[in-house]
Design a protein. Structure first.
Length: 158
């Protein structure tokens, strides 16, 4: 395995915000099948309203998740995933993800992931469990941000 791949696997496997249940062997399988892509500042990784073409696993740089107004806009970094909701639901993306600077990522399209999951069902189980944990954490972050925001009271007109 090359030094670059070893570094990539170290980034992906050590992220506390990433796919935490994947094993070293899982990551090696993913890295072998993924294509490495690069984005410049301002380029779109995921476009809101468009059906996704797979998922991105960030290796370097950060990207901002643009969600509806009055909601904190999270930033994702190395080891984190984006495009997973569109992947899971096979539906248009609910948010855009924009590179904040130079970003490198692994890209896995839907058919590649499905093929991996058919060959390695335990990888699929750990992948989906990791996604569920990530989505739960992100939802808790949004709920927490809303519960800390000052409440607004609307006057009823008589």
């Amino acid at each position: 395995m090359s030094k670059v791949i070893e570094q990539d696997l170290s980034i992906l496997s050590s992220s506390k915000q990433g796919l935490i249940y994947l094993t070293v062997n899982d990551w090696a399988l993913v890295a072998d099948k993924a294509s490495r892509v690069q984005f410049k500042k301002g380029e779109v990784l995921v476009q809101k309203g468009r059906t996704g073409v797979g998922v991105y696993l960030l290796l370097k740089g950060t990207a901002r998740v643009q969600i509806p107004p009055n909601t904190a806009t999270p930033v994702i970094g190395p080891g984190e995933i984006c495009g997973e909701m569109s992947f899971l639901e096979d539906a248009p993306a609910s948010a855009s993800v924009i590179a904040e600077g130079e970003v490198e990522a692994y890209h896995l399209d839907h058919s590649t992931l499905q093929s991996l999951f058919e060959l390695f069902p335990h990888l699929a189980s750990r992948f989906y469990r990791s996604l569920a944990t990530n989505l739960s954490r992100r939802l808790r972050d949004v709920i927490g941000a809303h519960s800390q925001a000052p409440a607004t009271v609307q006057k009823r007109s008589s």
